[in-house]
Design a protein around this ligand. Structure first.
Ligand code: ADP
Length: 412
């Protein structure tokens, strides 16, 4: 039972082919620099005798259609994959599902049209993902495809958490509200955390800190999201690699008046040149930690501001949840940076949060518990796997729609 997962961006497509029998990865890769003469495909697949083989190809790939064709061709060289008839389905990562999409959805003409209509809400993220779906439909005809939305996990937010204090018309007519993102990752790690704790997810109150290039915090009660730091778009909340996070909206109007930059330019700056990059010129946390350690004042301040923004959300979500069973760190920074984990939890003994420095330093990327034995709140590191979660949601959705009956009855 094989499932393909695509994550399409404006200039890249990432993909992974899973064997859902044992959830192993049969092939994976990334085609970068779409639209350029030196586009690069990196493709890796498992060999029947064990081990992996990696190929790298650089040649012009001028559009997503050609990119999907190249990926399809590379897959067919994979011994674990003959052709599309072997695919149970294809899952696509979608950034924004708006209010319409509250769960992963089987793609047909109507849903694709509804996804397209969401473009005004997510002009930076959705269009490339829709193109990816279009091209996958053309490249893998007859294979059922499912859209898995980053926003869907947060559709359970209560109105007092998702409404903004703006005139009602902005909500009714323009759909301005908090949607939240990183939902696929959070859904995956809360299940992992419950497993590690040996508890039923329904009994747990969790604060999830997904810290990567994009970062967000979420309050999850009984497996259900009740608040999250990203907003109508992924720009809000924590300080991120290149996004500003929470900012007084009046600063934007001030900058529009003072700098002469256009709305588009300013939107670009707040998304791509702000956050840690805006503060210290870098957005790679490894570099920032190294420079901060070497005494670079801008990097130290950037790290301080990053940690402080996370700590404030821990406090806020502690109050929102009332009781917290665990804080869960995930994402590239959450899984790898013992320093960030230590600093986020520093001084929170009064909240029953006590990190064990030795366990924290020794914690492998695959995850573990890093709190002291007496800590009232568990502190966990969980390795996220958004692609596997998309594959699982794809199978689940196809099962719901009866698309996969023949496969579940053991024909393949
Ligand atoms: P994205 O949001 O793009 O998926 P990731 O979750 O892959 O991002 O996280 C990328 C971030 O993780 C980068 O800032 C990177 O520097 C950071 N990171 C990766 N490994 C380490 C490490 N060993 N120590 C500190 N930060 C790390």
């Amino acid at each position: 039972m094989k499932v393909m997962v695509f994550n399409s961006g404006s200039s890249s497509i990432k993909y992974r082919l899973f064997d859902m029998g044992d959830r192993s990865v049969l092939a994976s890769g990334m085609l970068e620099r779409i639209g350029e003469e030196d586009a690069c495909l990196e493709h890796e697949y498992v060999l029947p005798a064990g081990g992996r083989h990696r190929i790298t190809r650089t040649h012009p790939v001028l559009h997503h259609r050609e990119a999907m064709r190249q990926i399809n061709a590379a897959l067919r060289e994979t011994e674990a994959y003959r052709d599309a008839s072997e695919l149970l389905g294809i899952g696509h990562r979608m950034a924004h599902g708006g209010e319409a999409f509250r769960e992963p959805t089987l793609i047909d003409g109507r849903t694709l049209e509804a996804i397209r209509r969401l473009t005004p809400l997510a002009p930076l993220h959705n269009p490339a993902m829709v193109t990816g779906i279009d091209e996958a439909l053309a490249a893998f005809p007859g294979v059922p495809q499912v859209a898995v939305f980053d926003t869907a996990f947060h559709h359970t937010l209560p109105p007092h958490a998702y409404r903004y204090a703006v005139p009602r018309e902005f909500f009714d007519r323009y759909h301005v509200r908090r949607y939240g993102f990183h939902g696929t990752s959070i859904r995956y790690v809360v299940k992992q955390a419950a497993r590690r704790m040996g508890r039923d997810l329904a009994s747990l109150n969790l604060i999830v800190l997904h810290l990567g290039n994009g970062s967000s915090a979420a309050a999850v009660r009984g497996g259900v999201s009740i608040d999250t730091s990203m907003g109508m778009t992924p720009l809000a909340g924590l300080v991120m690699g290149t996004r500003c996070g929470d900012l007084d909206p009046a600063a934007v109007f001030h900058l529009l008046r003072q700098t002469g930059e256009s709305r588009e330019q300013l939107e670009d700056v707040l998304n791509k040149d702000s956050g840690m990059r805006g503060l210290c010129g870098r957005n790679d946390m490894r570099e920032i930690q190294r420079l901060a350690g070497a005494g670079d004042a801008d990097s130290q301040l950037a790290l301080d501001i990053f940690v402080y923004s996370i700590k404030k959300y821990v406090g806020a979500y502690y109050a929102v949840l009332g009781r917290v069973d665990a804080i869960v760190f995930t994402g590239g920074i959450g899984e790898n940076s013992a320093l960030v984990r230590e600093r986020v939890c520093e001084g929170l003994d009064g909240l029953g949060i006590a990190v064990d420095p030795a366990k924290n330093d020794a914690c492998p990327r695959t995850g573990g518990a890093i709190h002291r034995d007496f800590s009232r709140v568990a502190v966990l590191v969980e390795s996220t796997d958004e692609q596997l979660e998309i594959a699982e949601q794809t199978v689940e959705t196809l099962r719901r729609h009866g698309e996969a009956t023949h496969l579940f009855s053991g024909c393949k």
